[in-house]
Ligand binder design. Structure first.
Ligand code: NAP
Length: 248
């Protein structure tokens, strides 16, 4: 048992990839975990079962977090099941890569809505309760693309950079109420999101990673678990790169 045991955590996009690893890590650390998914119902159910079969508490909830009405219903569902949300991990994200000169407005809008507006909707929906409880942890998954930009990802880099400003502002508004808000900026992590990249892009990425390997979802999950823990109470408004040294 650790100090954070029993706290209620919501992880968005928890059926696959980094979100799934975060949910499993928090579940193993004794959090009661709500696993949000949009399409991956079976995968989310399987992850919840892993947590429960190890003696933990977990349940799944469908929602498109780019829609504020669905986020409200999601937060209500979690609160009804487990009580007020104490830990929010905004992980859901998509890519719609294209060069700026070819980018469609729909590619811009979809990425901003899913990767940035969703963090605003989720954080807004949980913060009032956290202020009342005088405790809260908000973590959002940004990206090294948000720190240094990336050719072909103007939409994604803008969203991920936007998360940094949003998180810092939330941190300033809530720091006096026992709430922290931080961003985690993964580098290249092996998930479905990166598996579709061309081989030459993967090879070029590896050459830029001093650690000499791609990241794993678990590498990111461990950092998230620390930043949302009770122990990290004096860390707020930060962005932590988990990138094998890529952007140092
Ligand atoms: P992934 O394997 O493609 O998984 C994406 C996740 O986001 C899925 O669980 C998906 O849910 C969920 N999602 C997408 N749109 C959603 C929506 N509208 N509502 C709810 N859930 C939604 O990606 P990943 O690599 O694990 O990425 C997770 C996060 O890390 C993203 O924010 C991504 O930008 C960020 N990141 C990834 C990398 C990397 O190298 N992989 C690097 C930096 C940052 P369903 O499957 O249920 O639809």
């Amino acid at each position: 048992m650790n100090a954070s045991s029993g706290r209620v955590a919501l992880v968005t996009g928890a059926g696959r990839g980094i979100g799934r690893a975060v949910a499993l890590e928090l579940g193993a650390r004794g959090y009661r975990v709500a696993l949000n998914y949009q399409n991956s119902e079976a995968a989310a159910a399987e992850a919840a079962e892993i947590i429960r079969s190890a003696g933990g508490s977990a349940f799944t909830a469908q929602a498109d977090v780019s829609r504020p009405d669905m986020v409200k219903r999601l937060v209500d569902a979690v609160t009804n099941e487990f009580g007020p949300i104490e830990v929010l991990v905004c992980n859901a994200g998509i890519t719609r890569d294209n060069l700026l000169i070819r980018m469609k407005d729909s590619e811009w809008d979809d990425v901003i809505r899913t990767n940035l507006s969703s963090v605003y909707y989720c954080a807004q929906a949980v913060t009032r309760g956290m202020i009342k409880a005088r405790f809260g942890r908000i973590a959002a998954i940004s990206s090294v693309s948000g720190l240094v930009g990336n050719a072909g990802q103007a939409n994604y880099a803008a969203a991920k950079s936007g998360i940094l400003g949003l998180i810092k502002s939330i941190a300033r508004e809530t720091a006096g109420r026992g709430i922290t808000a931080n961003a985690i900026a993964p580098g290249y992590v092996e998930t479905d999101m990166t598996s579709k990249l061309p081989d030459e892009v993967k090879t070029a990425a590896l050459a830029r990673i001093p650690a000499g390997r791609y990241g794993t979802p678990e590498d990111v999950a461990k950092a998230v678990a620390f930043i949302v823990s009770d122990e990290a109470s004096y860390i707020t408004g930060q962005s932590l790169a988990v990138d094998g040294g890529m952007t140092m």
